[in-house]
Design a protein around this ligand. Structure first.
Ligand SMILES: *[C@@H]1O[C@H](CO)[C@@H](O)[C@H](O)[C@H]1NC(C)=O
Length: 261
């Protein structure tokens, strides 16, 4: 199950913790010397009690701190488990308020906007070896590439495809040919919205936004959200370059007759 975090790391680390406490208690009951005079014995007992109490306190405190520390580092370690990908994934910080390419994808439909989408979605289909699909993946029914290996798609491209379809859906006159190519255009859109809803929840953006008042076109004040911190984003350019370097076309797919289910 490469898509899930490894729960074993949690159990092994937690299981070893109680020993810290056992050791502390054993240390606290160390024997006293009973062959000396009574007064000395009591003094020593008091001293030993004091030292052992201190030791137990220090050990318990140390143990708790270590337990807390192991909890935080262990959850961080487990959170770092990501689905396997053969592609280069690098992160960069970027402001989502002023995306430099926003203008290319906004406004009325036009050839430049279609070209921007075409460029963004290039490399959506790419060639890969069965190993690159992930460890222990049963690829028996996966579509083959005519020249060997398989054909794959990355999740981000599927989500982007859905964003493009939503844009096209709100401009049905301009994209009547796209609408016509789908038997049920509404149903496809609903599928896309559900894909996007799940993707947004999956990669939940936990940065906190503040609110500011802004006047609308109708001169009404409305609260708008303002992200103050830059976001941590996957660096799209090297990732996209990797896909494009292996770009495949629909014509490269084996089938459907050979592998239809
Ligand atoms: C892989 O999938 C195929 C088709 O579903 C199945 O026949 C086969 O037994 C599976 N192999 C393994 C190792 O699970």
């Amino acid at each position: 199950m490469p898509f899930l975090t490894d729960e074993k790391c949690q159990y092994s680390k937690l299981g070893s913790e109680p020993r810290v406490h056992d050791k502390g208690l054993n240390h606290g009951s160390s024997p006293t010397d009973s062959s000396v005079r009574e007064e000395l014995v009591w003094r020593r007992r008091f001293f030993v009690l004091l030292i052992s109490s201190l030791s137990v306190t220090i050990l318990l405190t140390g143990g708790s701190v270590r337990l807390l520390y192991s909890h935080s580092s262990l959850s961080m370690g487990c959170e770092l488990a990501r689905p396997y990908t053969p592609a280069p994934v690098r992160h960069i910080t970027r402001s989502l308020r002023h995306a430099p390419d926003a203008h290319k994808f906004s406004g009325d439909p036009r050839p430049e906007l279609d070209e921007a989408w075409h460029e963004t979605l290039s490399g959506t289909l790419f060639r890969l070896s069965p190993d690159e699909l992930g460890p222990d993946v049963n690829y028996t029914n996966s579509i083959r590439h005519k020249e060997g290996g398989l054909v794959g798609v990355m999740g981000v491209s599927h989500n982007l495809h859905c964003v493009k379809r939503v844009y096209q859906y709100i401009h049905p006159d301009y994209y009547s040919d796209v609408a016509a190519s789908y038997g049920d255009w509404d149903a496809h859109l609903e599928h896309c919205l559900e894909v996007l809803r799940q993707a947004v929840l999956c990669a939940a953006d936990t940065s906190v936004y503040a609110l500011q008042w802004k006047l609308t076109d109708k001169e009404e004040a409305k609260p708008i959200v303002v992200p103050y911190q830059p976001s941590v984003c996957v660096d799209w350019d090297p990732l996209h370059a990797w896909m494009r370097g292996r770009e495949s076309q629909l014509e490269d797919l084996v089938g459907p007759s050979e592998s239809i289910q």
